[in-house]
Design a protein around this ligand. Structure first.
Ligand code: ADP
Ligand code: MG
Length: 301
């Protein structure tokens, strides 16, 4: 399916259960509710290291995400956010628990998932042009050249980078480079987009633009997004839901719906009294000034 088609029919993507790929996990159907698209069940991660003590990064995390939902994960630096995202992406094996996408257990990077990392300068290849970078993962999908070219052009256009395909990443500003990384993810046609503090290294103005860009592509392309950030304002501005993490080894301290409606505006939304109330609530959770709700700690919603 082409990017243009996806724009028209976000929810009409091929279902995971019908696509070829990994075998289903043993207990998959029993674990899933009908609405769950991404299902994270009691995962924990302890890093084993030779010569020193094992390091427990994640104690226990459970949550679900629905199709087209924008879930923000907030937690202090070192909480285990990147570790969690790598487990969701199938890049890291949890020590315990499971991650399911649809009915399939994630045991390797699934073809329906794209990741945008924090460090864009290291995630783009300097010897490849912008178009070469965006098109690279499509080669693994074995798409015909004409199809790849079309996807690259349309994805660059979606992030307002028309006509930059022939340039090199190092000829672009930081904000433009991060947009190339987002275009690369879009060209891959993910059903789930994972983003790890993607705007942490750009200036405030560019950050606002990129936040609105991500909201727009979610609307146009209809994928689910799990967005990790330590910036509470950013999480409240972007999310349909916020999952707050404790400090490492992390657990879920709260799974909080954000009732600001689908349309967000940098000036109006941030001035909304509900925004201020929510950010104070999340700030208290993240800084540990608010006791975790007993029923929410370590549990999904
Ligand atoms: P965050 O993204 O929230 O800042 P991370 O997931 O990067 O947190 O790290 C969580 C904890 O796990 C930190 O204490 C970090 O030092 C540790 N950690 C991360 N990666 C590794 C690794 N490969 N080996 C051992 N410890 C690690
Ligand atoms: Mg991190």
């Amino acid at each position: 399916m082409k990017v243009a088609d996806l724009k028209k029919a976000g929810s009409a993507w091929p279902t995971l259960s019908s696509s070829a790929g990994q075998p289903a996990g043993e207990s998959d159907t029993a674990l899933l509710s009908d609405a769950a698209f991404l299902s994270v069940r009691a995962i924990g991660k302890t890093y084993a290291s030779r010569g020193s003590d094992p390091h427990e990064a994640i104690r226990e995390i459970s949550f679900d995400a629905r199709e087209r939902e924008f879930v923000c994960i907030v937690g202090p630096s070192g909480a285990g956010k990147t570790t969690l995202l790598r487990c969701l992406a199938g890049l890291l094996e949890p020590t315990k628990g499971s991650v399911h996408l649809g009915k399939r257990q994630v045991t390797a990077p699934p073809p329906e998932v794209a990741v945008v990392f924090q460090d864009y300068s290291r995630s783009l290849f300097p010897w490849l042009t912008v178009a070469g970078n965006v098109g690279l993962p499509l080669k693994a999908k074995r798409l015909p050249r004409a199809e790849r070219t079309k996807l690259v052009t349309e994805s660059l256009s979606a992030v307002n980078l028309d006509g930059t395909g022939h340039r090199y990443p190092w000829q672009l500003s930081g904000g433009m480079q991060q947009r190339v990384a987002i275009a690369r993810a879009l060209a891959y046609q993910p059903k789930l987009l994972l983003m790890d503090e993607p705007f942490a290294s750009v200036d405030a103005q560019t950050r606002f633009e990129l936040e609105d860009l991500v909201l727009r592509v979610r609307e146009e392309f209809g994928m689910s997004i799990v967005f990790v950030t330590h910036d509470i304002d950013e999480a409240v501005y972007l999310g349909d839901r916020i999952i707050a993490l404790s400090k490492s080894p992390c657990v879920v301290t709260r799974d909080l719906p954000i009732d600001l409606g689908p349309a967000r505006n940098q000036l109006e939304t941030r001035a909304d009294p509900r925004f201020t109330k929510l950010r104070t609530e999340v700030l208290k959770l993240v800084t540990g000034q608010s006791a975790p709700a007993a029923s929410a700690a370590g549990a999904g919603h």
